[in-house]
Design a binder for this molecule. Structure first.
Ligand code: FE2
Length: 374
């Protein structure tokens, strides 16, 4: 079990400086209804809108925000559109992991000259509030990274969008910022993808898990965590591993019909109140057996939280050399068993909850069993 390693910092200059995640765009079947769900269930606030009323003829996009997390929900208006093709194949899922940069033209130049496959040529869009510069490259599956430069923009989101005024505004739930976004890739594709993030984007592999770390009686996976230079952007990459039965990553690949984003982890400063709120609003979470809590303090040492509320809500705890973290995973948020969310509160720990993998995967397998996919 000694495969977890935190590699030392490198001192090379960062050719792709990132300020963080700018927004995450999901292609969905019905953006209007999905937006309602994210407002009601997760406490996102209405931010911006683009569609036929704003001169966009082929799609509608709703942008929602909660603190630093911005989600864009996009649906096609016609069947003969790449968005409709994407949705037909994958169902609801992540199309764009947009990254906030100071220079979108340079980000394109730096990544494409290192082998990045262009998705969007550098483009400047303007309106009365200034300009936003964009560019983009492909990553795993049909997912792309769009580089967003907004230092000369004062508007609500970006040109092409209008402020979305809504009379329905449920309160936020304490979600603060994107902590990490995990990609599921095909058999034997983890290392090529790791190489892509290293060579094309200048990321580092900060943690590795092999199938001995992450396996239960039935399923196994391997994972490598990629981080950009300042650690603001982290993309763990999962690959299935041989197990007795079908692993959760295989189930994802089968139902997503290819590689894609498995989960988005969002940070909170108070996981007990956030999870309580989300549950009351109908968000469904994975449940570990209550025996998980019997020897919790023996495993993770002293923590500031009372055990009782953690147990009641099913919140998981793990510790590394630098501190501990609390986390909880939702069930998939669409009909296909594909993408889900993680709610995470870090108290010093910089890792990803390895100590919880076994209990968690057994919980996932119980759900797979119910779906007949184990
Ligand atoms: Fe995670």
């Amino acid at each position: 079990m000694e495969t977890l390693e935190i590699k030392s910092e490198t001192t090379t200059t960062d050719f792709l400086p990132l300020n963080g995640t700018d927004y995450i765009e999901l292609y969905v079947g019905n953006a209007k209804q999905a937006a309602h769900f994210y407002k009601t269930a997760f406490g996102f606030q209405s931010l911006a809108y683009a569609g036929p009323e704003t001169g966009v003829k082929d799609r509608v996009s709703y942008v929602l925000a909660q603190n630093k997390v911005r989600l864009m929900l996009t649906s096609p208006l016609h069947s003969n559109s790449p968005i409709a093709e994407h949705h037909k194949k994958h169902g609801d899922g992540v199309k764009v992991l947009a990254l906030w940069v100071d220079d979108a033209y340079d980000a394109f130049e730096q990544t494409t000259k290192r082998g990045g496959k262009p998705f969007m040529q550098p483009t400047t869009i303007t309106d009365a509030n200034g300009e936003v510069r964009l560019s983009g490259i492909h990553t795993y599956g049909d997912v792309v990274h769009v580089f967003v430069e907004r230092k000369n923009y004062k508007g609500v989101f970006m040109p092409g969008f209008v402020k979305w005024e809504s009379t329905y505004n449920p309160p936020p739930a304490g979600l603060l910022h994107v902590d990490h976004c995990v990609g599921n890739v095909d058999w034997n594709q983890m290392n090529p993808r790791v190489k892509f993030y290293e060579e094309v984007m200048g990321f580092r592999n900060i943690l590795s898990f092999d199938d001995k770390d992450i396996s239960t009686e039935y399923s196994a996976l391997m994972s490598k965590v990629m981080s950009n230079g300042n650690g603001f952007v982290k993309f763990p990459i999962n690959e299935p591993a041989e197990g007795k039965k079908k692993s959760q990553v295989e189930e994802y690949l089968e139902f997503y019909e290819g590689e894609g984003t498995q989960h988005i982890a969002i940070a909170t400063a108070d996981i007990v109140s956030t999870v309580k709120e989300l549950m009351a609003r109908g968000v469904e979470f994975l449940k570990v057996p209550s025996t998980y809590y019997d020897d919790l303090l023996d495993r993770v040492g002293p923590i500031e939280e009372d055990i009782e509320p953690l147990k009641e809500l099913g919140i998981l705890v793990d510790r590394d050399d630098e501190g501990y973290l609390l986390q909880l995973f939702t069930k998939p948020v669409e009909d296909r068993p594909t993408m889900f969310y993680e709610i995470i509160q870090r108290k010093g720990a910089k890792s990803f909850g390895k100590g919880n993998f076994k209990a968690l995967f057994e919980a996932i397998e119980r759900e797979q069993e119910l779906r007949g996919n184990l």
